[in-house]
Structure formats: C-alpha cells, structure tokens
Design a protein around this ligand. Structure first.
Ligand code: FRU
Length: 909
C-alpha cells in the first residue's frame, strides 16, 4: 500500500518537474539610462523589452532607471541597482568621466557590465555596443561638402560636452572636413543633446549673426531646434542631424518634410544589447566592442527608409501582438498544465483509493472468511455445549424427577405407615389405659393394619430412608453388640459357620442403639450371606484412646479390587457379590450404613481380597463427639408428663372440626375427641372449608394427605378467609421430615402433630390452643373484628361485611386502596357504602377500613414469621411508625409486644 502511495507522489512530482524544465531561467538585468525622456531612448527601451520576449528560456527582469541627465543621480541609480543583486548591468553613461569609477566598481565586483551608446574613460567593462560616432562625424562632413559643393561655413551644434558621442562626432566631422579645406566650422554651439536649449541659444545668436551656410547638429532633436530658430530668423541654412528615427515627426519625417536636409541612422542597439547580455550570461562567445552600422538618410532615400520603417513597425506590432497572444497561450498552457497536474494527482489519488478499496475489500473478505470460520467453530462449540447442556438438563431432570418420585414415595409410604400405626396405637392405648375389651371391630382394625403394614414394608424394601435423626444415650455398647450378634447365631449355625465374638461385656459408650443395631445387622447379615459353608465370621470390639473400634470379618467370597472402591456408593449393587446360593445384596445397605456411621460421628472402612474374605471396621467416638444432628433424648417424656397434668378442664364443650379422609381413623379420632368436644367431621378439605364457614368451630384438626383438597390447601384457605382466619388449625403430619416440607408452604397452621399421635398429646395440644386463643380473644376480643359482633344478625348484613372484608383483603397490601375503590369493588355508591357500614358495624367507613387492615396485621403477627416492618407493608401501611401508633390504639399493645404475647400464649410447636 505504501509503495503505491509513493508511486503516485513521485508521479505528481514528475509532472511538476517536467513543467519545471520549460520554466525559463530567471535573470535580473539592470539598465541605467542617462535619460529616458527623448524618443531615441524610448525606442531603445522598447527594442530592448521586445527582445526579452524572444528568449523563452529566460525570464528576464529588466530594471530601468532614469538619471535624468544627472551624473550624480546615475551613480546613485547604479548603486541602488547593485543592491538588488543584478546578474548584469547595462549602462549608458551620461558623461564619461564622472561615471567611469562606478562602472569600474561594478565590473570589479564581478557583475558583467555592458556599456551602450556613450562610453566611459576606461575599458573596465565587459562589452560595448553602439554606433561608430567618429564615422558618423566623418560621413556628416562628406554630406556637408556635397550640400555646400565644397565651400561654405558650418555652425556645429554639439551634444553634451562630457559625453563620448558628442566628442567623437565632432572629431569625425573635423577629420572629414580635412578633405574640404573650403569648408570651415565657424562656430560651435553646445546644445547638450536638447532641442529647446539649442533653439534658445540659436535664437539669441541668430539675432546678430547669420554668416553660416550649414548647421551640423549632433542629433536630430538639436537639428530641429536649429531649424525652428533659423526659420524664426528667416534663414534657410542646410541642416544635418543624427539619429534618423523612423517614428512619426522624427528624423526621417523631418527630412521628408524638408525641415532638415539629412540625418544619419544611429541605431539605438537596444535589442542587440539584450542579446549580447544573454550571450555573456550564457557564457557564449561575444565581442568586447560591437559597433552598429550607420547610413545617411537624405531626401532621396528617406521615403524608402520610411516605407521600410513602416513595414518594420507593422512587423514589430505583429510581433508584439503575437507575443501577447503567445503570452496568453502560455498562460492558458500553464493553466492546462496545472489542470493536467491536478488531474494527474486526482486520478492518482482516485486510483489509489480504488486500489486501497480493492485491498480493503480483499482484506475484509479475508477477515470475513476468518470470522465465518471462527463463527462456525464457535457455533459448533455452542451446539456441542448446548447438546451437553441439554443432556445435562435432561439428566438432572431425570434425577430430579427420580428424587421427587422417591420423596413422594417415602412421604406417602411413611404417611401410610403412620396412619396404620395410628390405627393400631389408638385401640392399643384405649385397651391399656381404660382396661377396655377386645371387640371384633378393634381386632379387625388391628388385623387390617398389620396386613397393610406388611404390604408397605414390601414396597419400601428396595428403598431406604433419606433423613435420619441420631438419638444417643449413654449405655452399654458391649451388651448391645452382643444381643445383635446373638440374633444371628441360629442363622450361622444353619449355614455351618463359626460365629466368633470378642466383645467386652462392659463397654459404656454414648451411642444410638438403633443406629448400631441397623449397621451391625446389615454388616453381619452380609458377612453371613457371603461366607460359604464352613467359613468363619468374627465380631470384635476394642477401645483405644476414646475410640471404639468394632470389626466384622469374614472368610467369605470377598470383593474384587475393581468393586472395592464402589461398594459404599449409593445404589451400588455388586456384580460378583453373589452368594453360593445365588443370593445377591440389596445394594442399599452399605451406603446407608456409611451415612449412619458418619451421622453418628464415626467412620467405616473396608479391606477385602477376593475369595479370601472381607473386614469392615467401624470407628466410633466413645463419648459425645457427634454432629449437631445428634439429639439428646434422655428427658424426652418430660414434656408429655407436664401436658398430661394440664388436660382439658372444660365443662362447656368447644366445637372441634375433624378433617380426615380415612374412615377408620376418622371414627376412632371422633370417638376419642367426642368426650371433650362437640366433634364435627369432614372427609376432605372442600367439605372441611364449607363446614368451617358454616359452623365457626373453635378449632380444626386436619390430616394433610387427602383427596380433592389436602390439609395444606384447606389451612391456606381458612387463614385467608376473614370469617375463619382466627380459628386455630392443627395439621396432622405423617412424619418428621414432612414437617419442614409442609412448613415451607407457610400455611399459617397453628400447630403440627406427627402421626401416630398419642391421645394425651393431641388433647393437650388442642386444649392449649383453644385456651390461648380464648385468652387472646378475651384480651383483644373487644377490638378484633368478628362477624359475630355485627349489630344485626341478618344474613344479608353478614354477607355485606364479608364481601367488604374480602375486597379489602384482595388489595390489602396497596396503601392507596381507599373507600372510593371499595365502593367500586362492592358496586355501591360511596354514600350508600358509608351508610351501610355505619348501620351494620356501628363504625365510620374509614374506621372500618382501618380496623380491617389492623386486624389483618394482627392476624399476620399471630400467624406469620414476618417482621413488624414487613407486616405493616403487607397490611397496606407505608409508614411503620404510624402503623405502630394505630396498632397500639387499637389493641393496647405495640405490634412487637402483641406478636410476642400471642406467640407466648400460643402452643405453636
Ligand atoms: C539621445 C541622444 C541621441 C544621440 C545620443 C548620443 O539622448 O542625444 O540623440 O544620438 O543621445 O548619446
């Protein structure tokens, strides 16, 4: 790219330099004229200027100064010219002597000097050019002799005395007259080259003197002045002049008009002088003295000269015109050249742009190709990643679904087991506490329940628990292990195995017997299972440094090296672990075993060699060093004993709504509860909600897993219904793990009980809740809004208040929801709404609304684990301080205190 740019720059410069080769060389020529006033000098300058146009290789600057016939001025002019750095000086000195030094000085300085027309006194100049004035004088003498026919008197009018032409023309004339002795110069008048001066002098002289026959004037101007003066004095002498200018009214015309008799051509040499100057500057050969030809012009040849001169003038005019035209053309040419250069540059730049564009397009295409390739690579990668991600998502989904299915399965099965156990526990409890009899019904329930339990246990066999709480106590671990081992003695005997134990009889430790039981049961059953007939199984227990080590070793089939690292993995089912009888493990035991041991704060390790046997070793801390999941259980029963004492003392029976889908359980529970409460029953959540709205029970006890509407949905609806939200609800959950699951729904339930629940516990919970709610009502009852407190017991009024409250609760969290919105929502005019509220509740509409919000807040404070700030916002109060102030006024307590109080009084587990 840079190379292309350089090419065009050179091309542009090349064009300029071509143009430069025709550019003329610049030279400066100074021309110091003694005068420029007369026609002869003007002609000289004109010729010189014209000549400059004939040398296209030069751009000549011609600087002309006019000394005005003044020597001093001419010296100054020359100095001034020299200051401007001349290439060459042309000088026509006014007088020879005064101008000689300055001309020499210039010459000495190295600047070439051409002396023209008049000379200096030395030869210190480069070249001289001019007419031969001595010859002119001689020719003039010859012409005078012809006019005078060899005899006569001459009046000579001389040029400036100090100028060389004047001297030479005089000498030449006198020299010429030597051949004509009868012709004498009788008088000399100094005309100093000037017409007026000559005329003036002669005017004076001719008054008193006219004894002459011919006037010889050194130039035509003075000759004309003499003519005028002679004419004035009626004299008609012959008159001869010098110069012979062809221009109008001058030399030749004067001859033709008869004013003078003849003149001598004295060429100005202007053109020749310039030509000579260029030769000198070019270093071409030239002559030091260049004399110009002269010729006599008299009446006989004057006309021919005039015609020739006219032609010359014509030609010169044409030349001038052509020069002008040439100048114009040169200008146009220059312009064209400039345009050409511009065009070249622009074309160059355009070409450059085109080349650059092509290059750029090429590069862009290349880059695009690279980008496309990259994009394709990225796309491929993306596709791969997307596929992997989709696969992963799919896997996760499958895993999630599997997990969910498992959770659901365990939840359901556990619920069922609890349910069945409840069925068993209630009749058993009744039989043991009341000394009741075995009835056929009760036996049927027990029989059915056992059958159901068997089915459930079959279902659960392929699964294991996912959540386990360790419950430790200090006990004799040795005895515990011994009893477990003894359970396998019969089995070992049957299989012909030696079952050896080395366990200390007294080994006090802090442990969960059920965990030890499960773990040892699993390990021992595996050891016996995988040890062939005649083999040996040994159980040892030792205590070293606070750690109990229990090992179960066998001489069985062992585990391969490949499988050994996998045996504790979840769902791992060994391939080679097939017994001699073809039995295989369930695969669930070892992973669960390890989890239990880890939960217990211990560790399990295995060593095994194929066909040699295996050793499973458990390491357990002897004292309490277990994880936070371990609970102390020593005083587990204390709480229940306390509750036992507080059993219900109510004579005045409260209303209890029992919601349970399993008929047997519903009947049993009703029978049990009927002693203390008026029991209303419902089969599911839908029925339960309807009955709650209709009967306004004092408490609701509901199962969770039910068809149509489960306990969670029922509780949610009850707590979001203005007429039921204050009724306490107890949910019966199937298992502990389900508790957290249920709580995550934030149902707002007031209590949870795990099935199968002890009758005493259930009654205590129910009673406690009713009592605390009673206390709350007693304390806040005046202010808590209740449909029971309506001024009228009209069903329509009740529906109206309920409708209003429902509409308010729909938008409760919007602080901007006001009575205008409420009137729109219930489809009443504002005034009607105000009036009706006042009529039904005795409250102003605005107070009714505020009360509804505050009651909602109170409900949240009682039922939810939210901060006061959150509750204020939730109830439509944007200013918490204002909310607290209103709440204090309404309930006599600040929200925080109210919450603490209600919680304290409540029996929320
Ligand atoms: C002009 C002139 C001419 C004459 C010449 C002599 O100034 O007077 O008429 O021939 O100078 O130098």
């Amino acid at each position: 790219m840079q190379k292309v740019l350089l090419f065009f720059i050179l091309l542009a410069f090349g064009s300029c330099s071509n143009y430069g080769s025709v550019t003329p060389r610049k030279i400066t020529i100074g021309f110091s004229q003694c005068t420029t006033q007369d026609e002869w000098r003007k002609t000289m300058i004109q010729e010189m200027r014209r000549e400059t146009g004939f040398h296209p290789n030069y751009e000549i600057e011609l600087i002309i100064t006019d000394a005005n016939d003044d020597n001093e001025k001419q010296i100054r002019d020359i100095r001034e010219l020299m200051r401007g750095k001349l290439d060459l000086l042309i000088v026509s000195p006014n007088e020879a002597a005064p101008l000689t030094p300055i001309v020499e000085e210039v010459y000495d300085s190295g600047v070439p000097v051409i002396v023209i027309d008049r000379r200096i006194e030395s030869e210190k100049f480069t070249s001289y050019i001019g007419g031969d004035n001595f010859i002119i004088g001689k020719e003039a003498a010859l012409f005078a002799s012809q006019l005078l026919k060899g005899k006569g008197k001459v009046l000579e009018v001389t040029g400036l005395a100090g100028s060389t032409p004047a001297l030479e023309r005089s000498f030449g004339f006198l020299d010429g007259l030597k051949e004509f002795p009868d012709i004498k110069v009788v008088r000399t008048v100094r005309g100093a080259w000037l017409k007026e001066r000559t005329q003036a002098i002669l005017d004076t002289i001719l008054y008193s003197w006219s004894d002459f026959d011919l006037i010889y004037a050194h130039n035509d101007q003075m000759a004309y002045g003499a003519f005028l003066s002679a004419k004035k004095h009626n004299l008609k002498p012959y008159i001869i002049g010098v110069d012979g200018l062809h221009t109008s009214g001058h030399g030749i015309d004067m001859v033709l008009s008869g004013n003078i008799d003849g003149t001598f051509l004295y060429p100005t040499g202007g053109d020749k002088a310039l030509d000579l100057a260029l030769k000198i500057l070019d270093g071409k050969p030239y002559s030091k003295f260049n004399y110009l030809q002269t010729i006599k012009i008299d009446y006989n040849n004057a006309r021919a000269f005039k015609l020739q001169a006219a032609q010359l003038i014509d030609q010169q005019q044409k030349i001038d015109y052509q020069r002008k035209e040439l100048g114009t053309m040169a200008f146009l040419l220059k312009k064209k050249e400039m345009l050409f250069i511009l065009f070249t540059i622009i074309s160059g730049l355009l070409s450059l742009l085109v080349i650059m564009s092509v290059c750029l397009i090429f590069q862009k295409n290349k880059a695009n190709r690279a980008i496309d390739m990259k994009r394709k690579t990225i796309q491929d990668k993306n596709e791969r990643i997307t596929k992997q991600r989709d696969k992963l998502i799919q896997t996760l989904r499958v895993a999630e679904e599997a997990t969910e299915a498992k959770i659901k399965f365990f939840t359901n099965v556990s619920h069922e087991i609890r349910t069945v156990l409840s069925l068993i526990s209630f009749p058993v409890n009744q039989l043991s506490s009341d000394g009741g009899e075995f009835s056929e019904g009760k036996l049927q329930v027990l029989k059915k329940s056992v059958g159901r339990l068997l089915n459930l246990s079959n279902e659960i066999l392929s699964f294991r628990g996912t959540n386990y709480n360790i419950k430790c106590r200090t006990s004799n671990l040795g005895a515990c292990i011994g009893s477990i081992v003894s359970a396998f003695e019969q089995k070992a005997l049957e299989k012909g195995l030696v079952l050896d134990t080395r366990i200390p009889s007294e080994l006090e430790a802090y442990f969960d017997p059920s965990v030890i039981e499960k773990v040892l049961f699993n390990l021992l059953s595996n050891a016996i299972k995988y040890t062939p007939h005649g083999g040996k199984v040994e159980v040892k227990a030792v205590v070293v440094g606070g750690t109990i080590t229990i090992s179960i070793s066998d001489s069985g089939i062992g585990i391969s090296d490949e499988e050994l690292p996998l045996i504790f993995d979840r769902f791992y089912r060994g391939n080679s672990n097939t017994t001699s009888n073809g039995e295989s493990g369930t695969g669930i035991g070892l992973n669960f075993t390890r989890e239990l041991i880890q939960l217990h704060g211990g560790e399990i390790k295995v060593e095994s060699r194929e066909n040699m046997g295996s050793v499973f070793t458990l390491y357990l801390p002897q004292e309490n060093g277990y994880s936070r999941r371990v609970e102390k259980v020593e005083n587990e029963r204390n709480g229940i004993d306390e509750l036992q004492k507080d059993l219900i003392k109510v004579n005045n029976k409260k209303k209890l709504l029992l919601v349970e889908d399993i008929e047997e359980l519903r009947i049993f529970m009703s029978q049990m509860l009927m002693k203390h409460y008026v029991v209303i029953t419902a089969k599911n959540g839908v029925e339960g909600f309807e009955l709650a709205n209709k009967c306004h029970p004092d408490i609701i006890v509901s199962d969770i897993l039910m068809p149509e509407k489960d306990g969670i949905a029922l509780c949610f609806d009850l707590k979001n219904n203005p007429s039921t939200f204050l009724i306490p609800v107890i949910l019966l959950t199937a298992m502990e793990s389900e508790n957290s699951y249920i709580r995550s729904f934030e149902t707002g339930a007031d209590g949870y009980l795990t099935k199968p629940c002890n009758e005493t516990t259930l009654l205590a919970r129910i009673n406690n809740l009713i009592e605390s709610r009673e206390r709350l009502k007693h304390e806040y009852g005046k202010t808590l809004f209740s449909l029971k407190d309506l001024k009228t017991k009209d069903k329509g009024d009740e529906a109206f208040v309920k409708n209003c409250l429902e509409e308010i609760y729909k938008e409760i969290s919007d602080p901007n929801f006001n009575l205008i919105h409420l009137s729109r929502a219930v489809g009443m005019s504002r005034s009607s709404l105000y009036r009706k509220i006042k009529e039904v509740t005795g409250l102003k509409a605005v107070d009714f609304m505020r009360k509804a919000r505050l009651q909602y807040a109170a409900k949240l404070l009682i039922n939810c684990d939210m901060t006061v700030y959150e509750i204020a916002w939730q109830s439509g109060f944007s200013d918490v301080k204002y909310f607290s102030k209103l709440f204090l006024k309404e309930f006599g307590n600040l929200p925080k205190k109210f919450k603490d109080h209600s919680r304290h009084e409540s029996v929320l587990p």
